[in-house]
Design a protein around this ligand. Structure first.
Ligand SMILES: Cc1ncc(COP(=O)(O)O)c(C=O)c1O
Length: 449
């Protein structure tokens, strides 16, 4: 086989199954070969079209093949693909400024660039330990922060177990609120729920030794574990506990950032500011890997007379930063946050209707174009369709039914995530959401006795 000859779909599939190590899967598993992608769609080799209703892994925020980003990349490639971190480049300098300004230049002052989400969290954790001289890192059980050793140990869901073999030291998990699963009613019980979980966290901090804790790392809005919206006052309360004990607060914006919730960063939905903001995915819409940490003045100032002991070959990668400049400029110039807020109304109205109509939908949660349906087998008792961490064929079967009908998304545990590209139009949303309704009708008939 000549290496530059285009392959057929079957050949792509066969080589993948034989040679590629597939993440989070048994090896040799069947994988759909994809040929092209544009706008909110991608196509397989048989020409079948799929609407990308999850922005892949919640990263293609501006859809596929956005020309503002691809043209900026082409232009950058023609002059210089890569320059080492020790040098200043136009794309890196511009992107750092754009990000600091988007976060708030009164509070934030510098950006450390890396390659993706996990290493952005790794570097934020290292910085927190350097700045505070403390070791322990608090993170929530209902969370995912990446699969590398430190980020894997910080993650709360079961994907941390492999990273815990041999482990990394100082990681402590706390229980964060999930109003629906914990039996609370949103809009009614927020105060009680917030008070309960903050009291428990405060107590746990004391048992761990408040002056041993370097940072609390949290997703501003928990994403992959089911778009779990915190009760009112919770994030502000965590911030207050951090302030009280001299603990740094890191908000992981890898999934929720870049207009996903209708704000540039999801923490901007709350009345608090983290010390560090980690980002990836939407910064380049995934077109090239890029991640990083935006730090506030306090953290930045520490490293004026202490060497920043963090580094990587591709820190501030020239091509990736050019894609980042184009994407962040596009979010701003095209008022993507305003558009997301308008589309939120369409999406949340539809999802609430699904929760009212279908026996299998316990709750709909939606902020911006970040949403999930909680799938249950008993709505009255709020019993999830499958028990936590138990491998069940039901959720994969639901995803397969959606995909068969051209609706591509992902679901974890008992959630169906609906997080389409932020550039989606009202017409496109209205064309594809009825597929979800059909599949939920199928779930009611198949799994609810
Ligand atoms: C909130 C959050 N943090 C970190 C990560 C890890 O990012 P990456 O896969 O780029 O390492 C993810 C990935 O989905 C994520 O959702």
């Amino acid at each position: 086989m000549s290496e530059d000859k285009a392959l057929t779909g079957k050949e792509v599939e066969t080589l993948h199954e034989k040679y590629v190590m597939q993440p989070w899967a048994l090896q040799g598993k069947k994988v759909l070969p994809v040929q092209k992608a544009e706008g909110i769609y991608f196509w397989d080799y048989d020409g079948k079209k799929y609407a990308d209703m999850s922005s892949l892994l919640v990263c293609t925020n501006l859809g596929h093949s956005n020309t503002a980003i691809t043209e900026a990349m082409k232009k950058q490639m023609e002059s210089m693909c890569f320059m080492a971190p020790a040098y200043a480049t136009e794309s890196k300098s511009k992107l750092a400024k754009l990000l600091v300004e988007a976060a708030g230049a009164d509070t934030y002052s510098r950006v450390f660039f890396c390659n993706g989400g996990a290493d952005s969290n790794e570097n934020a954790i290292k910085m927190a330990r350097m700045v505070t001289g403390r070791t322990k890192i608090f993170s929530a059980y209902l969370s995912y922060h990446g699969a590398t050793l430190g980020a894997g140990n910080a993650s709360g869901d079961w994907r941390r177990f492999a990273a815990e073999i041999g482990g990394a030291n100082g990681f402590v998990h706390f229980m964060n609120p999930h109003m629906y699963q914990d039996g609370y009613t949103r809009g009614v019980d927020d105060e009680a729920c917030t008070a309960y979980f903050l009291k428990a966290l405060d107590k746990q901090m004391h048992f761990e030794g408040t002056d041993h804790i370097a940072a609390v790392i949290m997703e501003s809005i928990v994403g992959a574990n089911g778009v779990i919206l915190p009760p009112a006052g919770y994030m502000e309360g965590v911030r207050k506990l951090c302030d009280k004990y001299g603990i740094l607060m890191i908000c992981d914006e890898v999934m929720a950032g870049f207009c996903r919730t209708g704000k540039m960063f999801a923490w901007q939905n709350f009345d608090m500011k983290p010390d560090m903001i980690t980002f990836a995915k939407g910064v380049t819409c995934g077109y090239v890997p890029l991640g990083g940490v935006i730090v506030n003045n306090k953290v930045a100032d520490y490293f004026k007379d202490h060497v920043l002991q963090c580094g990587l070959t591709y820190s501030g990668h020239t091509l990736a930063c050019a894609a980042g400049v184009a994407a962040v400029t596009y979010y701003e110039d095209h008022h993507i946050c305003e558009h997301v807020k308008k589309m939120e109304t369409v999406l949340s109205t539809f999802l609430n209707k699904m929760a009212a109509m279908h026996a299998c939908v316990g709750e709909a949660r939606c902020i911006g174009l970040f949403s999930a349906l909680e799938i249950v087998k008993d709505k009255e008792k709020r019993i999830p369709m499958t028990a936590y961490g138990v491998k069940s064929p039901i959720m994969p079967a639901i995803m397969a039914e959606l995909k068969k009908r051209g609706f591509s998304t992902f679901g974890r545990e008992n959630n169906i995530n609906i997080c389409p590209p932020l550039s989606i139009t009202e017409e496109e949303l209205k064309e594809y959401l009825p597929i979800l309704d059909d599949v939920l009708t199928w779930v009611d008939a198949t799994y609810i006795k």
